[in-house]
Design a protein around this ligand. Structure first.
Ligand code: ADP
Length: 360
């Protein structure tokens, strides 16, 4: 057991990426095991990240500390995802965490990013669903390559989400055509969305990503109050006008007591494919200074990426499984959001179910 003890001692000083806490803390417990032939570390992580990245990072840390072993060293990383935050209302059955992806205005890449986060979470190995709540322009059916499909129901009460390569998808676009949804007024739109959320047969989900409609009007406010959102993320471009809209979004989430997990800056740099020159077409570092001023985390900045645009717009979500510089950024963003959510602590509403007193 000598090597396992030495290894354990060294690992308790290792800072877990994105979490900012050391291995051995409640969010990242571990044990080192040893037998005659092997040395093994088992890590129980309360939030997901790229397992290979974590293992490589720990191996680098150990070799920098000159850890030596005579036996092969292996790692097993297990995710133990709970319900986090303190939601406005009781969590929805079958769904541990809801993360709302919002934007102050349309066209900043909110749906692309909701798609990227959901797909990256699937790749990390947790159970994920995506609800397209963008009532006036549902784009997830296209992005998930299920355009034209209709949701079905087994019992006439609950609707089955459509599953594609590990992601459960539900969209307002499955139930109504775009033309009739556009004519809906606020209360109609919110009640349709709430129904969609509550009457979908979600199958044991760790993270439900909601692609909210753009803006900060009544629909978004009511949804924020009525949906048990664990945390929200705001997508912006670096321009000042987008940032003004974002400030309104920040105020809205504060008003309804939904924790803001951070900001994502999209379309921040364009790299010329011919000469490699980088140009901030939509301004520079706006999201960074906004995050600093508002005391929020900048979860990441995504460059203008033609391959991302082409893939997403034709429903090739496998883009998010292919290695690229942009996908590395998506992994970083997704891990940052998940770690931030986990740092909010366990949701007391899911630990202590609401007690209903009924007359008999
Ligand atoms: P929103 O949901 O905010 O209205 P979308 O996600 O639908 O925005 O994106 C609008 C358009 O911008 C889409 O054609 C999408 O492919 C493209 N797009 C989004 N992010 C990027 C990016 N980082 N690089 C290139 N194109 C992008």
């Amino acid at each position: 057991m000598i090597e396992a003890t030495e290894l354990s001692d060294m690992l308790t000083d290792y800072f877990v990426p994105f979490l900012g806490k050391k291995l051995g803390s409640p969010e990242a417990s571990f044990q080192a095991e040893e037998n005659d032939n092997n040395l093994k570390v088992i890590i129980y992580l309360s939030f997901p990240m790229d397992m290979k990245f974590l293992e490589d990072d720990i191996r680098k840390y150990l070799s920098a500390r000159k850890f030596e072993t005579t036996k092969p060293l292996s790692f097993e990383i297990k995710f133990k995802i709970s319900a986090y935050g303190n939601t406005n209302s009781q969590p929805i059955s079958g769904v541990k965490n809801i993360i709302a992806i919002a934007s102050g205005k349309g066209g900043v890449g909110k749906s692309t990013i909701a798609n990227g986060i959901a797909r990256t979470l699937v790749n990390f190995g947790v159970k994920v669903a995506l609800l397209d709540a963008d009532i006036y322009g549902p784009s997830q059916p296209l992005m998930q390559s299920i355009l034209g499909e209709k949701a079905t129901s087994d019992d006439g009460k609950f609707i089955n989400p459509i599953s594609r390569d590990g992601l459960q998808v539900m969209s307002i676009g499955f139930l109504v055509d775009e033309k009739s949804a556009v004519a809906w007024r606020g209360p109609m739109a919110t009640s349709a969305l709430l129904q969609l959320l509550n009457q979908t047969k979600w199958g044991d989900i760790d993270f439900l990503i909601i692609d909210l409609p753009p803006g900060t009007g009544d629909i978004q406010l009511t949804l924020g109050q009525k949906i048990p959102v664990s945390g929200s993320v705001i997508v912006t471009t670096p321009q000042e006008i987008a940032l003004l809209d974002v400030r309104r979004g920040i105020e809205m989430f504060k008003k309804v007591n939904i924790p803001l997990l951070g900001i994502i800056e999209n379309l921040n740099l364009f790299t010329c494919p011919n000469c490699g020159h980088e140009e901030p077409l939509f301004g520079c570092d706006g999201g960074k200074s906004l995050a600093e001023n508002e005391n929020l985390q900048l979860c990441g900045s995504i460059p203008i990426d033609r391959e991302l645009q082409e893939s997403v717009d034709k429903g090739d979500y496998n883009y998010f499984s292919r290695e690229s510089k942009t996908q590395e950024i998506f992994k970083e963003i997704t891990s940052n959001i998940a770690a931030k959510l986990c740092s909010l602590g366990k949701n007391p509403k899911s630990i202590f179910p609401e007690i209903k007193v009924e007359k008999v």
